[in-house]
Write a protein that binds this ligand. Structure first.
Ligand code: NAD
Length: 342
């Protein structure tokens, strides 16, 4: 693992331990080439510290690419706090973590991620200024993520129509997962008159959503892939686009909010053979990061909207490049990120 850190040129990997608090954390700064490394903090159990290191290394690199592709003045970083079995003092853990963050003098800025909340960020904010998404700053990024996802579809409808990728005059979309992001995408699509199909493993959530929005169609979890819609929109978990699901997916366009949607490069050929346009996740779901990046700006909302408006344009350019040169869309997206990294 250490040789990988050197070979892949991670700028800084820091291990922190405070046995009194039962706190073990890793902060990785992958790159500060475009600015301070901003990335969320995961609070999660791992099978081993090596697994935690592997996770945070990968995640920090992905943040560099996402920020660079979105033209943000930010580098990439990420943190994990390794969750222990049994009781713990949450406030003390996050204060202790905040002190670690503070020692990095702003080269790393933390934020919410899996297992952490806006209230945890508030606690971290008591000991360091290098935190975003505090409860008091009302900085929920998910509506902005959803906006970027939906615009990537909606602003490109004419492009998809010209390609013959839309089945009828009314666009249709199947959304996997109606959590913070998926529910907002569904609402935006309903507002624009789409036929909307949703699935989620949480039945109560689905029922509540249907009650609020009678216009949506509920689809059983596994059937979502086989839905005859124009767009498949993964907004739940990673790896949902894989050889197995690709044999079922009926949509010609895949654009969604979930991170790491492709199981791996084995999907490239299958996507090409089925003539499916896949919107690379780290391009499409950058709206939330843009929102978090804007938090301390004077003209935050205007800047956020300007940057989010570029997402659908970028997605279309990626599709055009893919169609003309035959390069997988994810590779085109990586080229954009690398170019912006100089
Ligand atoms: P969330 O936890 O609010 O919602 C996820 C939803 O997916 C839940 O309702 C859950 O029940 C459902 N789900 C889980 N497994 C499922 C399955 N197999 N089939 C159907 N539904 C399933 O999370 P979120 O904030 O909406 O994020 C969704 C995805 O988008 C995640 O992959 C996240 O990493 C990514 N993402 C989110 C943001 C953001 O701003 N929240 C930003 C970038 C990327």
């Amino acid at each position: 693992m250490i040789s990988r850190i050197f070979e892949e040129a991670y700028e800084q990997v820091s291990f922190f331990s405070n046995p009194k608090l039962g706190l073990n954390a890793i902060i990785v700064i992958h790159s500060t080439k475009r600015g301070p490394a901003l990335g969320g903090c995961r609070f999660k159990s791992y099978n081993s510290p090596n697994d935690a290191l592997d996770d945070v290394l990968k995640l920090s690199k992905a943040m560099t690419l996402k920020a660079a592709a979105a033209e943000l003045p930010l580098g990439g970083g990420k943190a994990v706090i390794i969750k222990k079995e049994g009781e713990f003092n949450r406030e003390a853990i996050f204060k202790g973590f905040g002190e670690f963050v503070n020692r990095l003098n702003g080269h790393y800025i933390t934020a919410e991620d899996l297992g952490t909340t806006a209230d945890d960020m508030e606690i971290i904010g008591q000991v360091t200024p290098f935190v975003r998404g505090k409860a008091s700053s009302k900085g929920d990024p998910s509506p902005y993520t959803a906006q970027g996802v939906f615009l990537s579809i909606h602003n490109n409808l004419d492009f998809f129509r010209d390609l013959g990728y839309l089945k009828g005059s009314t666009p249709s979309i199947s959304i996997q997962g109606i959590g913070a992001v998926g529910s907002k995408v569904a609402e935006l699509a309903l507002k624009e008159g789409y036929r909307v199909y949703v699935s989620d493993i949480d039945k109560e959530k689905l029922d509540a959503f249907k009650k609020q929005h009678p216009g949506v169609e509920i689809v059983p979890s596994e059937a979502i892939f086989e839905q005859e819609t124009d767009i498949f929109c993964p907004c739940a978990i990673g790896g949902v686009v894989n050889p197995n699901t690709l044999s079922k997916i009926q949509s010609r366009i895949i654009i969604g909010g979930a991170n790491n949607q492709l199981s791996g490069e084995e999907c490239y050929e299958l996507l090409r053979d089925k003539r499916i346009l896949y919107g690379p996740d780290f391009i499409v779901n950058a709206g939330g990061l843009i929102k978090v990046a804007s938090e301390n700006m004077d003209n935050a909302e205007a800047w956020t909207q300007k940057m989010i408006a570029k997402i659908p344009e970028r997605v279309r350019l990626i599709f055009e490049d893919h169609l003309s040169k035959g390069i997988p869309t994810e590779r085109v997206a990586l080229q954009i990120a690398m170019k912006n990294l100089g």
